[in-house]
Write a protein of this length. Sequence first.
Length: 407
Amino acid sequence: MTSLILQDKHQKLGFSAKDSVLAELVQKAFDLQPTVAEFVKEAEQNRRVSEPVIQAMRDAGLLRLMVPEKFGGYEGTVEAHMAVTAALAEACGGTAWVAALLNVCSFCVRWYPDDVQEEVYGENPDALVAGVLATSPDVKRVEGGLRVSGKWYSASGSLHADWVMVGVLETDETGAPVGQYAALIPKSDYRIDDTWFTSGMRASGSNCIVVEDVFVPERRLLNVPAAVNASVSGSSCAPGELAAIAPVFALVLSGAQLGLARAALKFCIDKAPQRGIAYTLLGNQTESVVVQTEVAKAALKIDTAHLLSDFSAKMLDDFASRGEHMELADRAKVRAQTGAILDNVKEAIDTLMTAHGAGSFAEFSPMQKIWRDSNAAARHAVAMSTVGYELYGKTLLGVENTLSPLV
C-alpha cells in the first residue's frame, strides 16, 4: 500500500529530524502504544491518564521533550512534538493530549528568565507544567508583582503537574487593561477542582485550576503581547521561538488528531474483510465500490492533514533555528493550516465511521472513542478552523486584524 499513512513509521509522519535523539523519542512513543492501550479503559473511567502510563512516558523521556537541554531535557522541535503526540494518539487520544499540553507548557517555560527556569527545573528536572492562557482579571498590583485569584477551566494535564501557567489580566482603576501575563505558579499555591465530565477526551483530566490570593513575583509574569511580538527580554530563548507563540500553541493541538485519524483508518482497513454489509449481496466490505471509494477519500484527507502539519512544523522550526522573527502573514498561515488539518481529520473520521458502519458506535468499538476524542479536541478555541481561516484571509486581503491578538 502506498498511502502516506501506511508507510514506514517515520516516513508516514513526514519526520526527518536531523537529531537522532529526537527520532529515538518518536520511536519510543510508538513502542509505548501497548502500555497506553492497556490502560485506556481505566483512563476513560477515571477521567485521567493512569499513573503507570504517566510514569512510562516519564521513563521514556517523552515528557522532557521540550525541556531545556541545560536541565537534562531534549529541547525538541515542533516537528518532534507533533510526531510523538501523534504516535501516542494511535493508542489513546486523551493520553496523547495530556503529553502534548505538558510538553508545550515546558516549551513556554523557556521564555521566562533563566532564574525562573532554574526555579522550575533546577531541583526537579522532571517537573511538569500545565497551563491555560484564558485570563482572570482578579489581580492586584503590589510591590514586586501581582496578587492573583481566579479559576481556569479545562487545564489538561493539571492533575500531574508541579507548576501551572495561567493567564492574568491587569487593569487600572477604571477597568481598562494595562497588562496581560502568563503567571507561573507552583503546586503549593493552587488546587485542582474536579470539573472534567465530558464525552470526548475524557482521559485528559482537564480539570479546573483554582488560585486564591497568591503572590506572583514579577519574574514569573510573562508578558504575553511581548512574547507574541518577539520582544521578551531576560530569556535565553531564541527570538524565532518567541515569535511563534500563537501558531505553536495552535499547531500542537492537532498532533493528537493525526494519530487518531491513523488509528481509525487502520482499524477500518483491518476489519473490512471481516464485515458484511447488511441487506446487500456483498460478501464483505472490501467488495463494495462505495467502501473502497470512501476509504480512499478518507486516506487522502489524512495524507493532506499530515502534509499540512509537516509544512507548518518545519516552517516554525526553521524560523526558530535561524533566530528570526516570524512575520504576521506566516503566523496567520500556520493558524489557518492548523484549522485545515482539523477539518480534514474530522471529515476523514466521519467518512470512516460511515464506511465501517453503525457498529462504529458500539461501546466496545475503538471507533466511537476515536470519534468522541477527535470531535472534542477539534473544537478547542485556540485551534478552531473558522478563526484561523479568517485571520489568514485578513492578512491575504490586507484587512486589519480585529479578531484575535493570538497570531
